[in-house]
Design a protein. Sequence first.
Length: 190
Amino acid sequence: MSRRLSPSLLVAVLALVLAAGGTGYAAGKITSAQIKDGTIKSKDVKDRALKGVDVKDGSLSGTDVQDGTLTGADVTDGSLGRAELDHSCAADEEPAFGGCVAHASKGPSSHQAAIDDCNQRNGRLPTTSEIKWIAAHTEWFAWANGATNQYEFTSDYTAVNPYTPLAFDRGGNVITDASASSFWHHCVTY
């Protein structure tokens, strides 16, 4: 004797298959145009799921970023304005790169003496992108004690052996072997 499937069982199985498949189909077809502005909340987004390319340029301000979560490496040339650089600094300093940078540079000195000076002040030499940012902001920073054609050290080195320290003038010209030179420097202090 053979068993026959009842029509009601077939309908139930078909309904289950369609319901399960329909949900997956709908989820794959929802686009941002179908989502009402302001309806997606932070809790709806998986941690670390959003990247910089997912955020519209200029749409974030300093109040959108948790204090202490950005470092100089997270900041590109000119990407932060005065309002985003909220940090407690001395009167002769400006907030920048998660720390403070003095209005005037120090020096001239050797590269090692510049590193030692920054270390003694609980800081570091700025990176290449940071020194270019400092150079572009004449409203806050004096360059090489006012001599714009002079060079300032960075914390960066050439990418090939022998690894030598880099220095830039305010115009962006680079010296790729500043190891035997005496130049000015700024420090990013914390």
